[in-house]
Design a protein around this ligand. Structure first.
Ligand code: PEP
Ligand code: MG
Length: 327
């Protein structure tokens, strides 16, 4: 199947009218980064670091983490962006040694950045931040916080980042002081205040797996409400539109690392809304690049504005398919 798309492997990702975007991959382990060159991706849009913390009986040390993050950067080819997301546990992801309390609504509970900002987890979070900072000297590393809901959480995380930098300086360890810092937009509250958040970050990455679950109020693990998991629902698209416009208004770039970013029915719309980076599973990269090469950015911008006015995900999907078929 790869052979069909082979000629796109060495190419950059450009629309038929010359608009450039980035296609990146999502990874869970350092060795997954080898897929960057295998499929000709333009970087790593999401490194889910929680897998390094799971299935073991104690926390990985700073050196262990540094080795893993550095390995991912080197395996990716070093010059490509590598977005390392800080620990995203809680929700459906459990860690034995963290003593997470039983919660009646884990997805609305103490997870991701909320847990990392807890006083009892401060040492753990600082350790991870130091490891990521140390890895930043080996390539184009960017740091990303998951589940940011308020401006105050972002500021609290950045205060700890400044603390981690000060500790490294005191120890004579080097790091890239210019490392970009971004946040995931996966909570509707964050999408709605994206204009305020955009002023204090270098980039956004929209996490649609969670953004859809929270916007539609439908647990992403519950089969009985799975029919509400609709990334193309107008409510979701309107939030995405808001986020992209808010970021661009501040001169910041926007990526997406939820499943939606690699979906052929969503890509034309996301391109039209102005998304700058699409991060997906490696297998989706070359088909996405071929699809984008056949689209005109101008026409997709018009298409995107039209679908924002439609009344259901189904209508939007049909509209996109008809528009692409009619080309
Ligand atoms: C998301 O929520 O879209 C995302 C990419 O994060 P995760 O799937 O790891 O929650
Ligand atoms: Mg998420």
């Amino acid at each position: 199947r790869l052979a069909q798309y082979d000629r796109f492997r060495e190419l950059s990702t450009v629309t038929a009218d010359g608009h450039r975007v980035q296609l990146a991959i999502n990874i869970a382990n350092p060795q997954d980064a080898l897929a960057v060159s295998k499929v000709g991706a333009e970087g790593i849009g999401l490194y889910r670091t929680e897998f390094l913390f799971m299935d073991r009986d104690r926390m990985p040390s700073e050196d262990e983490q540094y080795a893993a993050y550095k390995a991912a950067v080197l395996a990716s080819g070093a010059e490509h962006p590598v977005i390392i997301r800080t620990l995203d546990v809680g929700g459906d992801k459990e860690i034995a040694y963290l003593q997470q309390a039983k919660e009646s609504n884990p997805f609305l509970g103490y997870r991701a950045i909320r847990l990392c900002l807890g006083e009892e987890n401060k040492a753990m979070f600082l350790t991870q931040l130091r490891a990521i900072l140390r890895a930043s000297q080996h390539g184009n590393v960017k740091l990303m916080y998951p589940m940011i809901t308020t401006l105050q959480e972002l500021r609290a995380a950045n205060r700890l980042l400044a603390e981690a930098k000060a500790e490294l300086r005191a120890q004579g360890e080097s790091y890239n002081d210019q490392m970009e810092v971004g946040i995931m937009i996966e909570v509707p509250a964050a999408a709605l205040i994206a204009d305020q958040l955009a002023k204090e970050v270098d980039f956004f990455s929209i996490g649609t797996n969670d953004l859809v679950q929270y916007t539609m109020a439908a647990d992403r693990m519950n089969e009985q409400v799975a029919y509400l998991t609709q990334p193309l629902h107008p409510a979701v698209l309107r939030l995405i539109d808001l986020v992209i416009r808010a970021a661009h208004g501040q001169g910041k770039w926007v990526g997406m690392c939820g499943e939606m970013a690699g979906h052929p029915d969503a890509i034309p719309v996301l391109l039209g809304l102005g998304l700058d980076e699409f991060s997906m599973s490696p297998a989706a990269v070359l088909p996405a690049r071929e699809l984008i090469a056949g689209l005109k950015r101008e026409a997709m911008a018009k298409l995107a504005q039209e679908v924002l006015q439609l009344e259901s995900a189904e209508d939007i999907e049909n509209y996109v398919r008809a528009a692409l078929h009619a080309r």
